[in-house]
Design a protein around this ligand. Structure first.
Ligand SMILES: [Zn+2]
Length: 415
């Protein structure tokens, strides 16, 4: 089946990746950037053109559509995000196809210094003979998550042309602003109207993710006492020094992103802004377990309290806000969506891996809001940077798995 999808997937990803749709976490609007509508409008039009039903672009910037079922079965959602990461240049992406990869080092036309080497990227070493897509060296590619978009569009087109394929109703959702954690608005679960869903936003073939971080964000404000430095003796309280003290007192040889992996969580100082009169420290707190996350919040509060105690004239506030929670807490009550994905992989002879993701997905929020949404691989590698690449054949495998999954779900319900 896969070979028939290769060309379409390649064409779609090349076309979508060239459209700049980067999100911006500093923008207060929803979607965060106007350019995301270039993708959203295009996808709405293409879904209409292939004959999808109920196609709409909601006022909160999500494209929704229905692929009608051919038999009774659960309604399944397939989701991908249209925005690309704000962490790296995404303007003027020039996707390039390397047909039948020869297994050697890959160089980039727009940056001669840059090399993508199979010796440093073991997964690449396994892709000899595949057709690869990369950017040109100065931008990211945006396979994250236009690979997901391409797979879902290809699958939708294929199902609409083949009404003999058994499946229940399928709902499609293309969301904005996933990369800045604002992809899932409060109305999405109701408007999506599915029994369960999948995000196509993962990497290696076989990866089925149903565990994400639990995440809080924290903002610490430090108010000092401001006064002309010439008359400051015994009066000034410098907020910059106190903020530095807080950062310095937090763990550094442990519990940071750069010193942890696997199932360990961390506290991460992301921003330090302000001046001598007032400072703001932004942090993110991550852990796979609720207690672990709570302990990290407690640690931060203790550090703030200690620095406050050292300088009572300052005002130090620490505010911790929940972001998302490990989707396992909900999925473990009913593993059906996960089991289906694993079974679909097995039907294609693919070994599955379920390593917990050290991050969140749109599925983390959706699952918490009542729509169980594990994440399925689509092949993307080295995301958010100039080395980003993907194998067309990996994308085709993901499409095959999703089609099998839809049929399996319907067959199970029929029993
Ligand atoms: Zn993504």
């Amino acid at each position: 089946m896969s070979t028939s999808f290769n060309q379409e997937l390649q064409d779609r990803l090349v076309r979508y990746a060239a459209i700049d749709s980067q999100s911006d976490e500093n923008s207060p609007t929803a979607p965060s950037t106007e350019i995301q509508f270039d993708m959203l409008n295009l996808l709405r039009d293409e879904l209409n053109a292939i004959g999808a039903q109920d196609v709409e672009l909601t006022d909160y910037g999500v494209v929704l559509a229905t692929i009608p079922g051919t038999v009774k079965g659960p309604t399944i959602g397939f989701l991908a995000h249209v925005d690309t990461a704000p962490q790296f240049n995404a303007e003027g992406v020039k996707p390039r196809v390397i047909k039948g990869y020869n297994g050697g080092d890959i160089t980039f036309p727009d940056d001669p210094e840059l090399t993508l080497s199979p010796s440093e990227h073991p997964y690449l070493a396994t892709k000899q003979g595949h057709d690869l897509i990369t950017a040109s060296g100065t931008t990211l590619l945006g396979a994250d998550d236009k690979a997901g978009v391409s797979i879902i569009m290809t699958m939708a087109r294929h199902l609409l042309e083949n009404p003999d394929i058994k499946r229940g109703p399928i709902r499609i959702g293309f969301t904005p602003d996933e990369e800045i954690g604002r992809g899932v608005g409060t109305e999405l679960p109701k408007d999506l109207a599915v029994d369960f869903a999948y995000t196509l936003d993962g990497s290696e073939v076989g990866e089925i993710i149903y565990e994400s971080f639990s995440a809080d964000r924290a903002v610490v404000t430090v108010k000092g006492v401001s006064i002309h430095p010439g008359w400051a003796k015994e009066k000034m309280v410098n907020a910059a020094h106190l903020a530095a003290k807080i950062v310095q007192t937090l763990p550094q040889a442990t519990l940071t992103p750069e010193t942890t992996e696997g199932r360990d969580g961390f506290l991460h100082v992301t921003d330090l802004n302000g001046g001598s009169s007032e400072m703001e420290i932004k942090l993110i707190l991550r852990d796979f377990e609720r207690d672990g996350l709570e302990a990290k919040g407690e640690l931060l509060r203790k550090v703030c309290d200690a620095v406050q105690a050292s300088e009572p004239r300052a005002e130090i506030h620490c505010e911790i806000t929940p972001q998302y929670r490990n989707m396992r807490y909900w999925l473990e009550d009913d593993m059906t969506p996960v089991d289906l994905a694993i079974e679909a992989c097995q039907a294609h002879g693919i070994e599955t891996v379920a390593d917990p993701i050290r991050g969140g997905t749109d599925g983390s929020r959706l699952t918490e809001m009542g729509v169980p949404t594990p994440n399925i691989f689509c092949g993307m590698q080295c995301i958010h940077g100039p080395l980003e690449w993907i194998s067309v054949q990996d994308m085709a495998t993901a499409a095959d798995v999703c089609l099998t999954l839809a049929t399996l779900a319907a067959e199970k319900q029929a029993k």
